[in-house]
Design a protein around this ligand. Sequence first.
Ligand code: ADP
Ligand code: MG
Length: 251
Amino acid sequence: MSKTIMTAKDLCKSYASGGVQNHVLKNIGFTLREGEFAVVMGSSGSGKSTLTYCLSGMDRATSGEITYNGKSFQPLSEDKLAVLRRRDFGFVFQQMHLVANLTIFENIAVPGYLVSKPKAVHAKAEELMERVGISGLAKRLPSQVSGGEQQRAAVARALINTPKILFADEPTGSLNSKAGQDVLNILTEFNQNGQTILMVTHDVKAAIRATRLIYIKDGKLDGEMEMGGYTGEHTAPRESQIIAWLSSMGW
Ligand code: ADP
Ligand code: MG
């Protein structure tokens, strides 16, 4: 069993609206191990994004504890949390959020300058562009490449500081199926080379990439299923297994 990298214990998140508390995450207990490709599923509004934001330190939980590398998050100041996020975590969202007036290369490199020397950042950006298959697009603006290429650039940007955990919230949600598969192939390849990933998805064709599935229902962790590593083979039975599991969860 590989090393635990992150845990959540009794994690709760509530929003106050109109004097009423909306309890979005309810006593979530969760463990992420090094090298996992954990995939979170659950219906819309069940709290998947909120969980991702809390675990990645983009938002603060209302109560409970998150530990990363054995240390609790909660006591960290905003500045310390920002440094941790920048150095140790990467993020990919459904929308790419690339900076419109920076080139693809610059978009990928920019978060690196805050952590490493320019020369090292440039070498890393070039290596990542190669690995995600967009080397020829370095000088283009985001508006001059396809949505799939933008998302591949966003994945490269998320990996520029060699994060310990890559968080991805519906990274294929706005892509056509071919572009989505390209992004999933990239994520799978990085995972097979040791990258720990936590991904949210609605899509069974994305979920088959998981080494473990997690189901969230109404803010509670309702079920988990170990999958074993994705090899690209036996995808149909893997898909059926997930569909059966989802339907047992009330999907
Ligand atoms: P999912 O990603 O599973 O679709 P979310 O985590 O985005 O779900 O949202 C879960 C619930 O939390 C929803 O009911 C949503 O309206 C509520 N919620 C999310 N963000 C906020 C916020 N900033 N303020 C108030 N309520 C929120
Ligand atoms: Mg969401």
